[in-house]
Write a protein that binds this ligand. Structure first.
Ligand SMILES: CC(C)(COP(=O)(O)OP(=O)(O)OC[C@H]1O[C@@H](n2cnc3c(N)ncnc32)[C@H](O)[C@@H]1OP(=O)(O)O)[C@@H](O)C(=O)NCCC(=O)NCCS
Length: 189
């Protein structure tokens, strides 16, 4: 990543992607306190607004430390926070990154995930990416997360295999399906 990197704001047809602030706490809590949203996550649904406040701080610190980035995703029309997405980690030596995302369940099925992820992937695979040279983006999904798999496939990700028992949370081991998207395979939508 560039040193002193400015947070890269993005615009799509229907969405604005920018930084999360503490003013987003109610919106973020509402997303992460929904059982449906965290069903395939390694965390339980939030029960306190301190947890969402801590998460905002975690995301913003990760960007400051140049370890990853998380965008707030807002509807252009109303400004409502409807989700977050970003790169959980960058491995600048290996030229790869791991993508993550979630949306408020009352906004599922409207194409917002595909639209937002297309924009952030286009940014990191562009010639003037602020994150340096990247060649591979990885996503891990839990078996049964068909909506997430559908989004990844629409964006050109290929299913590469299943890593057996590679996750442990909620008191059990989880197989994770590994998806990858290489730079030459990506065509912005
Ligand atoms: C996965 C998620 C981000 C998708 O968001 P979204 O805005 O609804 O995604 P989109 O509308 O862009 O696309 C969803 C696609 O999945 C399909 N889909 C939805 N539910 C599905 C299901 N149960 N089985 C198969 N496909 C499904 C939709 O039909 C759509 O595909 P289409 O455009 O070809 O019809 C959203 O469901 C979510 O936030 N889930 C919880 C968090 C999560 O699991 N994050 C990913 C962790 S790997």
């Amino acid at each position: 990543m560039q040193t002193n990197l400015q947070f890269p704001n993005l615009d799509t047809a229907r969405l604005t992607l920018n930084t999360l602030t503490i003013d987003d706490n109610d919106g973020l809590f509402s997303i992460f306190s929904d059982q449906a949203v965290v069903k395939f996550y390694n965390i339980e649904a939030f029960t306190s607004k301190q947890q969402s406040l801590d998460l905002i701080d975690f995301f913003n610190q990760r960007f400051k430390q140049q370890e990853g980035i998380r965008w707030a995703i807002r509807l252009k029309e109303t400004g409502e926070l409807i989700g977050t997405c970003g790169f959980n980690s960058f491995n600048s030596k290996m030229h790869n990154a791991v993508i993550g995302y979630e949306f408020a369940s009352d906004h599922w099925g409207k194409g917002y995930a595909t639209e937002a992820l297309n924009a952030i992937i286009a940014l990191v695979y562009s010639d003037n990416s602020p994150f340096g040279e990247l060649y591979r983006i990885q996503a891990d999904t839990m078996l049964g997360n068909n909506a997430s798999e559908s989004v990844l496939k629409k964006l050109g990700f290929k299913q590469e295999g299943i890593r057996r028992a590679s996750g442990f949370w909620k008191n059990q081991y989880h197989d994770l399906t590994c998806f990858g998207l290489l730079k030459p395979e990506f065509t912005p939508r």
